[in-house]
Design a protein around this ligand. Structure first.
Ligand SMILES: [Zn+2]
Length: 406
């Protein structure tokens, strides 16, 4: 599970125009580059591992003598060290710097987003003020973020500034668990309280049949023109058209589902449980049959991507579980479930009977609880929800289908 506090980093790259002459800024960038090069040259031959302390002792005074400020000096030797290390680990040659680029610590600049200006502190106490050339709306979202570092570059024509922002996302402690069971033709969403009561159940259709129809069309066309379909314009265009429909249908569905899941999770203050697709892939190698009932992996990826994205936008937590056995194990006794009518599974050992998809959500819930209850989710009861799921008593509306035609 994601931690309670999450740091989100983002860089904003903008063009910047110096107010007045930019000679001093260019001079600074050249001096900075040459200083990095000098240190690269000097530590290239040193085999021992250089600590920050040692770098400081070796180079700080020299850099100060060149007119740099304390944090300039630190950035310069840190930069040189990482250049040398990455060149060595790639088995490369000693780095030779040509580009004009400097990393500047927050102590050496002042960013004013109200007036869209940036003041940089340069060598020998020079300062330069730059105007950020970008629509104000672009920086608006960063107002509540903090920034800690930036990179100035000169590409021969313009100056570019990349400002590194971060913000700390505090996620709320989840009070419920949102499970999602994805199948070939339907999706089941169920929210459980931490003590195992089901609060909400929702079933939705997937557009997978529609996607398959387009796939079959593509295969048919390719079979009819096995060698030439790539080269006949109309044939290729027909294939592309079906491919585009598949893309549109699947993205459209994934966006809508992601939004719906996140909205429900927000409403119920849930942690969202997704199936670990890496594990699904592994499990799959052994059990191909089961997989045929499921969606294509690419479609899973797309849906998960959208669910995770929408969850992040709302500061919701997401956890992943190994999906193995979620649709074949009895949630009451762990026995093997067998078909007991249309979409109904039963356990011969303990007599449990339940809707196939709802049973899967109980198992997903149980997996989450057993995986995470010991590490910080307070109030999670070790017992499973009562297996009273019966198709005839389903709370959700079975026909609640999501439209996928746009
Ligand atoms: Zn059982």
């Amino acid at each position: 599970m994601r931690g309670e506090e999450l740091v989100v980093n983002e860089a904003l790259k903008v063009r910047a125009l110096p107010e007045g002459s930019y000679d001093k800024l260019l001079e600074f960038l050249k001096l900075y580059r040459d200083a990095v090069q000098i240190i690269v040259d000097r530590i290239w031959g040193i085999d021992e591992k250089l600590s920050w302390k040692k770098l400081h002792r070796l180079f700080y005074n020299d850099l100060m003598r060149l007119g740099f400020r304390a944090h300039h000096a630190k950035e310069i030797y840190v930069n040189a060290k990482s250049l040398v290390e990455s060149a060595r680990s790639n088995g490369g040659r000693k780095p030779v710097l040509r580009k004009l680029s400097a990393r500047i610590d927050k102590y050496d600049y002042k960013l004013d987003l109200d007036n869209m200006t940036l003041t940089l502190k340069l060598h020998n106490n020079y300062e330069v003020k730059l105007r950020l050339v970008t629509p104000k709306e672009r920086v608006e979202k960063f107002r509540s973020w903090s920034n800690y570092e930036l990179v100035v570059k000169y590409d021969g024509k313009s100056f570019w500034i990349s400002i590194y922002f971060k913000r700390i996302v505090k996620s709320l402690k989840p009070r419920t668990v949102m499970t999602i069971d994805l199948n070939f033709d339907n999706v089941t969403l169920a929210a459980y309280t931490l003590d195992g009561r089901r609060l909400r159940l929702k079933k939705l259709k997937t557009p997978h049949k529609k996607i398959l129809t387009h796939k079959i069309w593509i295969e048919k066309i390719q079979k009819r023109y096995p060698k030439s379909w790539r080269f006949i314009k109309d044939v290729r265009r027909a294939i592309e058209k079906h491919g585009e429909r598949i893309r549109n249908i699947s993205w459209d569905y994934a966006h809508k589902l992601g939004d719906l899941v996140a909205e429900l999770a927000l409403k119920h203050n849930s942690v969202i449980i997704l199936e670990d697709l890496e594990k699904l892939k592994e499990n799959n190698k052994k059990r191909d049959k089961e997989f045929n009932k499921r969606l294509g992996l690419w479609f899973y990826h797309r849906i998960q991507f959208c669910v995770e994205y929408e969850a992040m936008e709302r500061n919701l937590q997401v956890a992943k579980i190994d999906p193995r056995g979620t649709s074949s194990k009895c949630p009451r006794c762990g026995g093997k479930l067998v078909e007991d009518g249309h979409r109904v599974l039963g356990c011969k050992r303990c007599g449990f009977v339940g809707d196939r998809d709802v049973t899967a959500t109980i198992n997903i819930y149980k997996k989450y609880v057993s995986k995470y209850s010991r590490c910080g989710v307070s109030g999670v009861a070790p017992n499973a929800p009562k297996p009273d799921e019966n198709p005839s008593r389903m709370q959700g509306n079975k026909n609640e289908a999501m439209t996928t035609e746009s």
